[in-house]
Design a protein around this ligand. Structure first.
Ligand SMILES: NC(=O)c1ccc[n+]([C@@H]2O[C@H](COP(=O)([O-])OP(=O)(O)OC[C@H]3O[C@@H](n4cnc5c(N)ncnc54)[C@H](O)[C@@H]3O)[C@@H](O)[C@H]2O)c1
Length: 387
């Protein structure tokens, strides 16, 4: 009987003290994979993971390492990059600090796995994609929204032909983020400062780009209106600051095949929806409303026939016209699911689609949103290449 092999992959995890780095990437992905005994490949062999925590505050790293039974941590990124034991560099830093760290990691020959946006400008994002391509290193960029149960149900509806011809997509994302004076804000204050890499366009548009292109088709143009609705905010230390970055963006996007998508992103909206993000998709044969978890459909054969009459109160219960899609699958945490796919692709040497070029398209989309808003015009997107 042949002995099943185990391949341990060393991963440099930079920025694990942050919101995303700690919860989603360290605890819910890498430690969950480690504690679950790794990932089993079809041939019976296994991938296991070994993280090294990297950050600026040694005491914090030591505390996290002790809490989670992690042997390695360091404040010296260069030393970790120089050690061949660590094969993958993973980055969850604030956006502003990302490009320089990725550049170093690529130069050190590490495979890359990173949060979005991959850089602050399209030029830099493309440069990183090209550097990685030239160095022959595998790259992966977080595309977590695609793994949301609601969006996976939507993908299945699309693939099954439920919609007929898709006409439009309406997305509502957002919730109220407190200003920080009488209640602490639930997002870091850098999110509201352009000079620190903040703004909801840079934060959310990269997500909308990969959601739209992977579910509906290539995005052709971007029109956006950004707004700093609330300029007075208070930071983590209770200090007042003036927001320089938009806290809401209203976007209209043209997709190949004539599909029009309209997505509002806001940290200054009170939720009147079932979930913090919802998309309505209308097609010739049916419509769907999907959120993080839920998905409801209305086929054309069950579509009511409303007649506009403002003189008569309408007693029809429109909510009742929608049918809930059952949860037929067990959905893993999306960040973990993507990490597992990336690690399998890394070990098997297969092409990984959500790479730095895909990340650069996300940055291009965000940059187009900012340009559109500043100049009051629709911005066409041209295809990006590594050449
Ligand atoms: N995929 C998603 O859904 C999602 C959601 C939120 C944020 N993000 C992205 O994740 C990244 C981190 O966001 P967050 O909300 O976790 O931020 P955060 O402020 O909670 O964490 C940022 C991390 O970067 C470190 N850091 C800050 N300034 C640094 C500097 N100058 N040099 C080196 N390290 C520095 C901090 O110590 C911390 O570990 C951002 O790029 C953001 O766009 C992604």
């Amino acid at each position: 009987m042949s002995q099943a092999t185990t391949r341990e992959i060393g991963i440099i995890m930079n920025g694990v003290s942050g919101r995303m780095g700690y919860r989603q990437h360290l605890v819910r992905s890498i430690l969950a994979i480690r504690d679950g005994g790794g990932i089993e490949l079809p041939d019976g062999s296994r991938i296991t993971v070994k993280p090294i925590l990297v950050g600026r505050n040694e005491a914090k790293l030591a505390e996290l390492a002790a809490k989670h039974g992690i042997e390695d941590y360091t404040t010296d990124l260069d030393a970790a990059l120089a050690d061949p034991k660590w094969e993958i560099y993973a980055d969850f830093l604030v956006t502003k600090a990302r490009a320089s760290a990725l550049r170093k990691a690529i130069a050190a020959g590490k495979a890359i796995y990173t949060e979005k946006p991959t850089a602050e400008s399209l030029d830099e994002a493309l440069e990183l994609a090209r550097l990685a391509d030239a160095a022959g290193v595998k790259t992966g960029v977080v595309h977590d929204k695609l793994y949301l149960p609601g969006l996976q149900k939507l993908k299945r509806l699309i693939d099954s032909g439920f919609f007929g011809r898709i006409l439009s997509v309406r997305g509502e994302f957002g919730y109220w983020v407190f200003e920080g004076d009488w209640q602490p804000a639930q997002r870091p204050s850098w999110n509201y400062r352009t000079e620190d890499g903040g703004g909801i366009i840079v934060d959310m548009f990269p997500h909308w780009n990969y959601v739209l292109e992977n579910l509906f088709g290539e995005v052709k143009s971007v029109y956006a209106q950004a707004a700093v609705h609330i300029a007075d905010r208070w930071d983590e230390h209770g200090e007042h600051y003036t927001a320089t970055a938009e806290d809401a963006a209203y976007g209209i996007f043209e997709i190949e095949g004539g599909i029009v998508a309209e997505i509002n992103s806001s940290w200054t909206v009170r939720v009147n929806r079932d979930e913090l993000v919802e998309f309505q998709v209308d097609g010739t044969h049916g419509s769907a409303v999907v959120g993080l978890f839920g998905a409801r459909i209305q086929p054309r054969n069950a579509t009511p026939k409303p007649v506009w009459n403002p003189d008569l109160e309408d007693s029809h219960d429109y909510d009742a016209d929608w049918q809930e899609i059952p949860t037929n699958d067990v959905f893993l945490n999306g960040f973990r699911q993507q990490w597992e796919e990336y690690l399998v692709s890394f070990v098997e040497g297969t092409k990984y689609p959500f790479d730095l070029l895909s990340g650069a398209r996300g940055v291009q989309f965000a940059e187009a949103g900012l340009t559109s808003s500043a100049e009051g015009r629709k911005v066409a997107l041209s295809p990006l290449t590594l050449g």
